[in-house]
Design a protein around this ligand. Structure first.
Ligand SMILES: Cc1cc2nc3c(=O)[nH]c(=O)nc-3n(C[C@H](O)[C@H](O)[C@H](O)COP(=O)(O)OP(=O)(O)OC[C@H]3O[C@@H](n4cnc5c(N)ncnc54)[C@H](O)[C@@H]3O)c2cc1C
Length: 387
């Protein structure tokens, strides 16, 4: 059976990356279908921490540092417009964010990272500073004696990722485009004369362009276009407390108070393959670090825990490219799909619409992994921190 409509672009995957790009294409009046396996798939977009984060991103990859900052700069416009279109709040706030250090060695490590980012970004600057304990306590009076200091970046913020995902899907369908859950892609084919054919849920879809944005499903789709996309899952576990009176004005890597009042604690970084379950040892380490930082949390009741899988390239930076043998097939896969939603909607979608990725994104092409010297992050088991 052939799907009845003509589409300009098929977006394969309806998590935060696919939905943000599809929303951007919708803004440009293109006819779009988002084909999405849906809630039963591994879906980082439903299990993440909700930070819109700049600090620390892009060490060794200036193009990514710039892209993350651009996205943070676009977020106010992106979120305000999305809320106006859909009437749905996404609870974006941008008070700046802190990465806490609970020992002198963490402080030194963090200062080295931030100094490195300043050096790397050179004259264009890098807007992030180290704060001593006194300065942190002025911003976060609940900080306990274990807090030695923090880095602070005024461009950081946070949002509700579930509300964001829902608003993106609403914006797409409200404009007359199709968001199609339970449409797992069975086949993706580049046609000899150009364009693509996709089979999902027993139906055939066709369009001149496709965007591969299926998170951990992207390697399988990429293979059908002759691409090797080296992406792996990495588990993160998160805990959530009961709703509490407002106490954290700033998002912190590892502690974030939601608009409803509950406090999220997290998240681990675990190399456990396609396993999104939770484990008591990791959850208790996350909780005890949070209580060391903020003793006031010791009495808070936990109401929920979960695990979710990150979508990670070997160097943990995004992968963006147009498939060399299949013009019109764009790939977008990244670890920070919340943070990058502004850039995906307001920039990446325009590049897809215009049919060309800009030179600034060339360093994020998958071919960087062909180079021996490409930055490589060895998997580290059981780290706990925000990125
Ligand atoms: C614990 C944790 C904390 C995080 N915290 C943050 C944070 O604070 N800030 C931040 O910016 N990012 C954070 N992230 C990362 C962020 O959640 C991801 O970068 C983002 O969700 C990736 O979106 P995605 O759409 O690429 O992938 P996913 O959300 O995984 O979605 C992939 C989609 O593709 C679909 N799909 C897969 N295969 C197929 C197929 N064959 N056919 C059709 N559809 C398919 C699935 O149904 C799914 O909807 C976190 C992630 C985790 C796990």
């Amino acid at each position: 059976m052939t799907a009845g409509r003509d589409y300009d672009v098929l977006v394969l995957g309806g998590g935060l990356v696919g939905a943000a790009i599809a929303h951007g294409l919708t803004r440009r009046k293109l006819r779009v279908a988002v084909l999405d396996e849906g809630d039963l798939a591994f879906r980082a977009s439903r299990g993440n921490f909700g930070l819109v984060w700049v600090q620390g991103k892009g060490r060794g990859m200036p193009a990514y540092a710039d892209w993350a900052r651009l996205s943070a700069d676009l977020w106010p416009e992106f979120s305000a417009e999305l809320e106006a279109i859909t009437g749905q709040p996404v609870y974006y706030r941008k008070p700046g964010g802190l990465a806490l250090c609970l020992s002198e060695s963490e402080m030194e490590e963090r200062a080295t990272l931030i100094r490195g980012m300043h050096n790397q970004q050179g004259p264009k600057g890098y807007d992030c500073q180290m704060l001593d304990r006194k300065a942190v306590r002025e911003m976060l009076p609940q900080a306990g004696p274990a807090v030695v200091g923090a880095s602070y970046c005024p461009h950081d913020g946070h949002t509700s990722p579930l509300h964001l995902l829902r608003a993106l899907h609403t914006a797409i369908t409200q404009a007359g485009n199709d968001y199609l859950p339970e449409h797992r892609i069975e086949q993706l084919e580049g046609l000899a004369g150009g364009g693509f054919r996709v089979v999902a849920a027993g139906k055939t879809f066709a369009a001149p362009k496709v965007v591969l944005a299926a998170g951990l499903g992207n390697p399988g789709l990429g293979r059908q276009l002759g691409l090797n996309l080296p992406i792996r899952p990495q588990r993160g576990q998160i805990l959530v407390t009961e709703r509490l009176p407002a106490m954290f004005h700033y998002p912190i890597n590892g502690v974030r108070q939601t608009a409803e009042g509950s406090i999220m604690l997290g998240s681990s970084q675990e190399e456990v393959g396609f396993n999104n379950s939770t484990s008591v040892d990791v959850l208790s380490r996350i909780a005890s670090r949070a209580v060391r930082a903020f003793p006031v949390l010791a009495g808070a009741n936990l109401v929920r825990t979960w695990g979710a899988l990150r979508v990670l390239a070997p160097d943990e930076f995004p992968i963006y490219l147009e498939a060399p043998d299949y013009p019109g097939a764009f790939i977008a896969t990244c670890h920070s799909g919340v943070s990058l939603a502004g850039a995906h909607a307001l920039r990446y979608a325009s590049y897809v619409a215009e049919g060309r990725l800009p030179a600034e994104l060339a360093p994020l092409h998958v071919r960087r992994f062909d180079v021996q010297t490409a930055a490589r992050t060895e998997p580290r088991a059981h780290r706990i921190s925000g990125r």
